[in-house]
Design a protein around this ligand. Structure first.
Ligand code: HEC
Length: 188
């Protein structure tokens, strides 16, 4: 009975072993299994069963955490070559620069700064994107990217008249586009 339970638990430990090697709990656990007679001397079978059950739960929960850490990167690779990637990432950094200028403009109630910053990532950027990049990006990418540039254009217009809190909310909405695309695609 005892032997069966021990081998069952050690099988579980073996499966999740890589995840718990550094954990103090696991060291305690290994010590316990290295000296099973001590456990036998100390407690009844009931206590041992309780111990085994809680150890099993502990190992299971550590294994679940390990799965989170090792989640594979499932984003779609856009398959750019080195120069396309450099151009694309440069556009991306420009988008971040736009967001920076927009936020600063909102904070300082500087409408001109918001307009200038937003315009940079609007249709102008969409038009400047090279054909090589356009031909490699799938429809699901363009479905997010196109509206993003349009939202920058909308911000240019809204910045003429909207209150700053509305502009901040709209910028927050716009940035959901960044998040949506970043969750789906990668450059390599
Ligand atoms: C249509 C898709 C798409 C949209 C929309 C988008 N991005 Fe990106 N962005 C990407 C991809 C793909 C990468 C590369 C990620 C990777 O390879 O890990 C990237 C990378 C970046 C980088 C890293 C640049 C570098 O030099 O490594 C920044 C900064 C960035 N994006 C900012 C933004 C901001 C800010 C927005 C929104 C205003 C935005 N992006 C919207 C697709 C998008």
């Amino acid at each position: 009975m005892m032997g069966y339970e021990l081998s069952y638990i050690s099988m579980i430990i073996h499966n999740g072993g890589h995840a718990v090697v550094n954990s103090n709990d696991f060291l305690t656990l290994r010590t316990a299994f290295a000296h099973p007679t001590e456990i036998q001397q100390r407690g009844s079978m009931n206590k041992i069963s309780t111990l085994l059950l809680s150890l099993a739960l502990m190992v299971f929960s550590v294994s679940i955490n390990a799965v989170d850490v090792e989640t594979p990167d499932n984003r779609i690779n856009l398959g750019f070559n080195a120069s396309e990637k450099a151009e694309f990432l440069s556009e991306m950094r420009q988008m971040l620069t736009s967001i920076q200028g927009i936020m600063e403009g909102i904070g300082e109630e500087d409408r001109e700064l918001i307009i200038k910053s937003a315009r940079y990532s609007g249709n102008r950027m969409a038009r400047a994107t090279s054909d090589a990049i356009k031909s490699k990006t799938p429809a699901s990418f363009k479905d997010i990217g196109g509206p993003t540039h349009m939202m920058f254009e909308e911000l240019v217009i809204r910045a003429e008249t909207d209150d700053m809190d509305l502009l901040a909310s709209f910028t927050g909405e716009l940035m959901k586009q960044c998040l949506a695309c970043h969750a789906l695609f990668k450059t390599d």
